[in-house]
Design a protein around this ligand. Structure first.
Ligand SMILES: NC(=O)c1ccc[n+]([C@@H]2O[C@H](COP(=O)([O-])OP(=O)(O)OC[C@H]3O[C@@H](n4cnc5c(N)ncnc54)[C@H](OP(=O)(O)O)[C@@H]3O)[C@@H](O)[C@H]2O)c1
Length: 428
């Protein structure tokens, strides 16, 4: 029987778990794939570090880049992380030297995926990245294979478990953003430096990869990104009273032959499927023809779920499926026009904290009519103790730029006491 020689580079949370899994499940993987997976080598930054796995002396590579040169390496699993530095060097070298690559690195694929795919195609090797998008949710392979018949018009959902955990816990446990973030760190749901999870960059990288797969296009960096750092408990409570939940959602849509990519906190109806996804789970919704709407849900991160995705990619290579990384040959991928969201229509929630004085409400509504934004609902909550008033406005659909201009105009007014909030609404 054939065997596939593997090197795992990076033995942190994910690499250690994968190493153990491959050792313990070698027989079943061999039976299922008719090829034996053999981990010949591993590499990490610090060989002396205490690890949960037992590594034989002769399995350690002297230098991680040696994996790209050894004859007895067919596949390199890159689990270092980061778009630059050693991960980038390793994956470029590996593909140039005709080694297959499996990676969980969304930052690298979102930034250099097109260049890497070109080299992989030229050298007839695989570049697989199921684990880079939504951990254990098998969305990449679903788009490349199971949904191949479809013309996809939209993909959206919850692509970051940490931010979803924070938003749903703020609601459930009546806690502030900072309190919940500190809980999330203690429970291991948030990294020590969770900035990419909170500012939307993590979702942005995943969404770029997904929209490229959905629309057969090259990766595109035109994307609107806003994270959850400014969401207050008060916004969550207001949304709740109005029949919504707040979720950090990523959207890629094909509208009038243009692609729009956006990541932002969104008010979504409590009755919707997405609103029911709480905690660290991820959910991906795809609209396609002829399939209609499909939904995938599951664990978006963590060693177990991520290993499930990595082993799916490794198995594909064990079976000898040499495929184009983004499903199509580079020649067939399109340069679709991507547009920013300036002219896209949204209804929105605005919260304005103002001095409670006569005349202010009419000043605000005048600004709305100046920018042709009509108000669907307005709620005023006086806060008598400090002579302030919280004004909550739900708008009808209006151009994104007009909504932004309203905020800019109001920011200059001396009756405004706090940075105004604008959260887009998804009425579906
Ligand atoms: N954690 C998750 O839940 C999750 C989910 C999906 C995808 N991912 C992705 O999976 C990848 C790995 O994540 P992780 O959580 O396992 O990270 P991690 O725990 O920080 O592990 C990183 C590993 O890379 C090694 N490393 C760093 N610099 C190196 C170098 N110059 N040469 C060789 N090895 C080097 C480190 O070595 P030492 O051990 O010696 O320090 C460590 O073993 C990332 O791309 C991440 O985005 C993670």
């Amino acid at each position: 029987m054939n065997k596939l020689n593997i090197a795992i580079v990076g033995l942190g949370n994910i690499g250690s778990y994968l190493f153990k899994y491959l050792n313990e499940n070698k027989n079943i993987l061999t039976e299922k794939n008719n090829c034996i997976p053999v981990v010949n080598y591993v590499a990490a930054k610090n060989k002396k570090k205490k690890r949960i796995i037992k590594i034989k002396k002769n399995q350690w590579l002297k230098n991680y880049l040696d994996a790209t040169k050894h004859k007895d390496v067919d596949l390199i699993v890159e689990l270092i992380g980061g778009a630059e530095g050693p991960a980038k060097r390793l994956v470029f070298e590996a593909l140039k030297n005709k080694k297959h690559v499996v990676t969980a690195n969304k930052a690298l694929i979102a930034k250099y995926g097109d260049e890497l795919a070109k080299i992989a195609e030229k050298n007839k090797v695989n570049l697989e990245f199921e684990a880079a998008v939504c951990g254990g949710v098998p969305i990449v392979r679903s788009l490349k294979e199971s949904l191949i018949a479809n013309k996809i018009s939209k993909i959206y959902g919850i692509f970051n478990g940490t931010s979803n955990y924070i938003l749903s816990s703020m609601e459930k446990h009546n806690k502030s953003f900072n309190e919940v973030l500190s809980d999330a760190k203690k429970l291991g749901y948030a990294e020590a430096n969770p900035i990419a999870d909170l500012n939307g960059d993590d979702v942005s990288a995943k969404l770029k990869i997904l929209s490229s797969l959905c629309f057969n296009s090259f990766l595109n960096h035109k994307i609107y990104v806003e994270g959850i750092k400014d969401i207050d408990k008060e916004d969550i409570d207001n949304a709740n009273k109005l029949g919504y939940k707040i979720k950090l959602l990523g959207y890629a849509e094909l509208m009038n032959s243009k692609v729009y990519q956006r990541v932002h906190p969104t008010l979504i109806k409590k009755s919707s499927y997405v609103a029911s996804i709480d905690g660290v789970l991820n959910a991906v919704i795809i609209d396609g023809k002829p399939v209609g709407r499909s939904t995938l849900q599951g664990e978006g991160a963590g060693p177990a779920a991520t290993t499930s995705a990595l082993v799916s990619d490794i198995s594909s290579i064990l079976r000898g499926n040499i495929k184009f990384p983004f499903s199509l040959s580079q020649k067939e991928r399109k340069k679709l026009p991507f547009d920013n969201i300036s002219n896209r229509l949204f209804s929105a929630y605005l919260r304005l904290e103002v001095i409670d004085k006569p005349g202010i409400l009419s000043s605000i509504t005048n600004i709305f009519s100046k920018y042709k934004v009509s108000i669907k609902r307005l709620v005023q909550n006086p806060k008598k103790e400090n002579k302030l008033s919280s004004i909550i406005i739900i708008t009808h659909q209006a151009k994104n730029d007009n909504l932004i201009n309203i905020i800019k105009k109001i920011v200059g007014k001396n009756y405004l006491k706090k940075k105004p909030k604008l959260i887009r609404i998804d009425e579906n």
